[in-house]
Design a binder for this molecule. Structure first.
Ligand SMILES: NC(=O)c1ccc[n+]([C@@H]2O[C@H](COP(=O)([O-])OP(=O)(O)OC[C@H]3O[C@@H](n4cnc5c(N)ncnc54)[C@H](O)[C@@H]3O)[C@@H](O)[C@H]2O)c1
Length: 379
């Protein structure tokens, strides 16, 4: 019989649903020492959070997140609220000895992130940040190929995260569903929202970034704020492009925007090494493209590997269906929960920890500072 881990969920939006699905599914597919129990869900609107709790199987609800954290029957707090609330909740939860699974970006800026790291380390509580793309099997396999030394010296790392949902001038900013456009709630625009994912994966696959040179743009300068009805200046970055040097000597090129007409959520990455290259595309997330210069000349070309094999060949896939049947976006969260529960059983950290996620935040802050000052920034 698995030991229960009682979850207190804060927020019932996009991530509240993605994580609830993961908690519900994980024990059906992974044999682990711990099993999550959906103890309580919290949000401010009682009817809405009750409907969410009923739908996903939470035993109870709270409308004040402090009341949720204070409960003795909650072991772990899951922070699925806008970025400006992450720090306050994490500090409060750490002080009360709760484990914390926090959404990304870890915080509004590095100063907040530092406080959060100190709090969880002082309290000695398990912590992790939901940079879920690491746990898409094809991306995990990219890391395995790199660790096996197949690429040789790395020359280039490039990543894009392109969307097109904020092009309309009459789209309001702020409040429910649109807090991402309000710097007071989000901290930044595409840098913290989208590039943070690209940066986390890059640091994981290719090591530390030494310095950055960025440009940002806010294409629509004023929008009506949903909560006040007033037209206000837009202070988030709508688009951001940056160059960087990695510590391993390779060059990085990153681009993100919400103004790339035709792209819904195109996250792509490519790594070019002296012996081989790797390419991945979120729209085809179960495939890893791989080019190996050692292949026989006349057959040499990009392979498209369907990352669904069993027998330990393809990460995580032994837990799912049969080879050839792919899994999707939501499974990256199931894998994160499985790894978190496994790390608890082993008494090990579950990466990315708050401290790991702080490294991504440092790059995000340096990118924004570089764009503002029009100058290279060291990390
Ligand atoms: N890992 C990923 O791929 C990924 C994807 C989307 C969002 N995120 C992150 O997840 C977090 C939440 O984003 P989302 O897309 O789920 O947002 P969302 O707008 O869909 O949901 C936010 C939730 O927070 C709740 N909330 C707001 N203020 C609250 C308060 N004071 N007390 C209790 N609940 C409150 C809202 O009611 C809502 O349920 C953000 O930090 C975001 O950056 C991560």
């Amino acid at each position: 019989m698995a030991k229960p881990l009682n979850i207190g969920m804060i927020g019932y939006g996009f991530m509240g649903r993605a994580h609830s699905n993961a908690y519900n599914r994980v024990s059906d597919f992974f044999d682990l020492e711990y099993t999550p129990v959906l103890k309580a869900a919290c949000a401010r609107n009682k009817e809405a959070v009750q409907a969410f709790a009923d739908n996903w199987g939470y035993e109870s609800i709270e409308t004040d997140w402090k009341a949720l954290v204070d409960r003795d029957d909650i072991d772990a707090i899951d922070v699925c609220v806008p970025n400006n609330l992450h720090k306050e909740i994490a500090l409060y939860a750490a002080e009360r000895g709760k484990m914390i699974l926090c959404e990304k970006p870890i915080a509004m800026d590095v100063a907040e992130g530092e406080e959060m790291c100190e709090a969880v380390e002082k309290a000695g509580v398990a912590n992790t940040v939901w940079y879920n793309y690491r746990r898409v099997p094809a991306v995990t396999m990219a890391r395995q190929l790199i660790d096996e030394g197949r690429l040789g010296r790395v020359f280039h790392y490039r990543a894009n995260f392109l969307q097109d949902w904020t092009i309309a001038e009459d789209l309001p900013q702020g409040g429910a569903a649109l807090w991402r456009l309000d710097a007071a709630a989000a901290g930044s625009g595409v840098t913290g929202d989208l590039l943070a994912h690209c940066i986390d994966t890059a640091l994981w696959l290719n090591g530390s970034i030494a310095d950055v040179n960025a440009m940002t743009e806010t294409f629509i300068k004023e929008r009506v704020h949903q909560e006040t009805g007033e037209k206000q200046q837009v202070t988030i970055d709508d688009a951001c492009t940056f160059l960087c040097h990695f510590e391993n000597g390779s060059l990085g090129l990153f681009e993100s925007t919400r103004y790339a007409r035709g792209h819904k959520a195109l996250y792509t990455l490519e790594i070019n090494g002296e012996n081989a290259s790797i390419r991945w595309d979120l729209h085809d997330l179960h495939r890893l493209e791989y080019f190996d210069y050692k292949d026989e000349g006349k057959l040499r070309g990009w392979r498209s590997i369907h990352v669904t094999d069993h027998g330990g060949e393809h990460p995580y896939m032994d837990h799912w269906w049969v080879p050839g049947l792919q899994i999707g976006y939501e499974h990256s969260f199931v894998h994160h929960v499985a790894d978190f529960l496994d790390s608890l059983a082993k008494g090990e950290p579950c990466p990315p920890t708050f401290r790991d996620a702080l490294e991504t935040q440092k790059v995000c802050d340096a990118v924004l500072a570089s764009a503002k000052e029009r100058a290279w920034q060291n990390i």
